[in-house]
Design a protein around this ligand. Structure first.
Ligand code: GLN
Length: 534
């Protein structure tokens, strides 16, 4: 165990440059050198967490094992680091202010005027150091959301400035910027980077390392120029060029010695090379796959691929471990109906029915399910997707034509999916779903148990509604089995139709628990079934 080192990752010029991927790639390299590493994200918005945000605002809402609704970047962190995150890994301005205001109400500030500096910045610093203080990690990488120059990021940058002085050599600042290519002039331009670093310097932060996002190779001369203007070692000006897969970024960073530079700057020895073999093995399979597997994802946010980020990545990992290229087709559930379903689904090897909330687009999911069931197409329902499987089966196979979830119709006579008992008294929408990891026991002869290779699993959840156990026997008699349940509450976690090749619905979200080095077995098995259907 070394003294905890703190690495800050800020961004400039524009958003969406991939600070999360750079943070995760650096973490992967340090892990591969035997260090214990975690990554946290500070989001400058006022919401307490992204749980109540619409996917159009913020893409997918990720869920940690301890039941925190988190920014989707935490998904990248876990997929790259293979280490679970917790609520401590994602802090928002809302949470910082809430903590400070709670302290003020308790009287903790002893009559002082409560101010952004030092009270808000102290609370930010306390949270930054929280993960390091338990001596669990050698490196705590902190990604500061937003872009330098944003009003709302200022208290975070001020905290980083203060910490730099407090931590000395145990602190490294990495700044990510963009180098645009002006096609008319046939030139790459460093001015936005220079301005962005100046802006950072204005708030008192001198970056140690610059990562320049670019679509074209940056010459040594260009990098030297940036180094000169920005007071950074030329060797610490690193390019992050577009690559076909985000999983190649750690290698690109290693080729330019990002890990070694960080070790040197924090006074740690460079002992040989990082142990990247398992990662390379994944990339090797990814690059060598020639045949494809074609999966359709039926959902209502298909124009917004970030809404299903973890599902996309889980499918991609599972396809790679099956030595296949993933051909993922998004199918808009609102546009799907019985007259176009054949055309939309017939060429697929398997179909995923996506999670979601509310009535919009739900009928298309039923149309897809009926088609998939009648054509024995490998079908995987996740959360709302599983609930739709149950409803469609009740309507079409069991003759309960008005079966529904009380989420869609509170007056339905056949509430095969119903609000969980403990949800009935809840009025606050923030952070009150059934969230986080819960145990599930699987029937030994189920597809799920065979896929996982065990009958005891633990997966993450995010829902308010559940399978109505009053209908359990009727479903089992009609051929849909409840093969997974929570051992304490008997909440149904997994349904299957054994007469079909692979028709599995899960109440949990397996996509939150699938990483490059540990793909979720249920996805791997689904892809395997889709391939064998071919
Ligand atoms: N809307 C459903 C529920 O709350 C499903 C949620 C989901 O798909 N995450 O139970």
């Amino acid at each position: 165990m070394v003294e905890t080192k703190y690495i800050f990752v800020t961004g400039g010029v524009t958003s969406s440059l991939g600070k999360g991927i750079i943070s995760a790639s650096l973490a992967r390299l340090l892990l591969a050198r035997g260090y214990k590493v975690t990554i946290q994200k500070f989001d400058p918005y006022i919401n307490i967490d992204p749980g109540t945000l619409n996917p159009y605002e913020h893409g997918e809402c990720y869920v940690t094992v301890d039941g925190h609704e988190a920014d989707l970047d935490l998904g990248h962190y876990e997929r790259f680091t293979n280490t679970p995150t917790t609520r401590a890994n994602n802090i928002t301005t809302g949470r910082i202010y809430q903590n400070v205001i709670d302290k003020e109400r308790r009287g903790d500030y002893l009559g002082k005027t409560v101010q952004i500096i030092p009270h808000i910045t102290d609370e930010i610093k306390r949270n930054i150091k929280l993960l390091g203080s338990k001596n669990q990690f050698d490196f705590v990488i902190t990604e500061i959301g937003g872009t330098v120059g944003d009003i709302e990021s200022l208290p975070y940058l001020e905290s980083v400035r203060q910490l730099r002085w407090e931590l000395g050599k145990n602190c490294v600042c990495i700044h990510l910027t963009y180098v645009p290519y002006i096609a008319a002039a046939k030139e790459l331009k460093t001015k936005p980077t220079q301005h962005s670093v100046k802006q950072l310097q204005e708030v008192g932060i001198q970056p140690d390392i610059l990562v320049l996002r670019t679509e074209h190779d940056l010459s040594l001369n260009l990098r030297k120029k940036v180094a000169l203007f920005c007071n950074v070692d030329p060797a610490a000006v690193i390019q992050s060029i577009d690559v076909p897969s985000i999983y190649e970024v750690p290698l690109k960073m290693h080729q330019q010695h990002l890990d070694e530079i960080v070790l040197t700057k924090t006074g740690l020895p460079i002992n040989g090379e990082p142990h990247l073999e398992p990662w390379m093995n994944f990339l090797h399979r990814m690059k060598n796959a020639t045949e494809t597997v074609r999966i359709g994802l039926v959902g209502k946010y298909v124009e917004l691929p970030d809404a299903y980020k973890s599902i996309n990545e889980s499918l991609f990992q599972a396809a790679t471990y099956n030595d296949r290229k993933l051909d993922l087709r998004y199918i808009h559930s609102e546009k799907l109906n019985s007259s176009n379903v054949e055309e939309m689904l017939s060429s697929l090897d398997g179909v995923i029915i996506a999670p979601g909330f509310g009535q919009r687009g739900i009928e298309g999911k039923f149309v897809a399910l009926k088609y998939a069931r009648e054509h024995d197409m490998p079908t995987f329902g996740i959360c709302l997707g599983m609930q739709c499987m149950v409803i469609e089966y009740a309507r079409d196979v069991m003759g309960l034509t008005d079966a529904n979830s009380t989420e869609m119709d509170v007056t339905t006579k056949h509430n095969v999916i119903d609000l969980m008992e403990e949800q009935k008294s809840i009025t606050n929408m923030g952070g009150t779903m059934r969230l986080g990891a819960y145990d599930c026991v699987l029937a030994e002869d189920s597809i799920a148990a065979k896929a996982y290779g065990t009958t005891h699993i633990r997966e993450r959840h995010r829902h308010r509604f559940e399978f109505n156990n009053e209908y359990r026997q009727a479903f089992e008699e009609a051929g849909m089995r409840c093969v997974g349940e929570n051992p304490e509450t008997h909440l149904v976690e997994v349904v299957e139709v054994p007469s079909l090749r692979w028709y599995v619905g899960v109440q949990y979200h397996p996509e939150y628990n699938s990483t490059v080095l540990n793909p979720n077995p249920i996805f791997v098995d689904f892809i395997k079934a889709a391939i064998s259907k071919k």
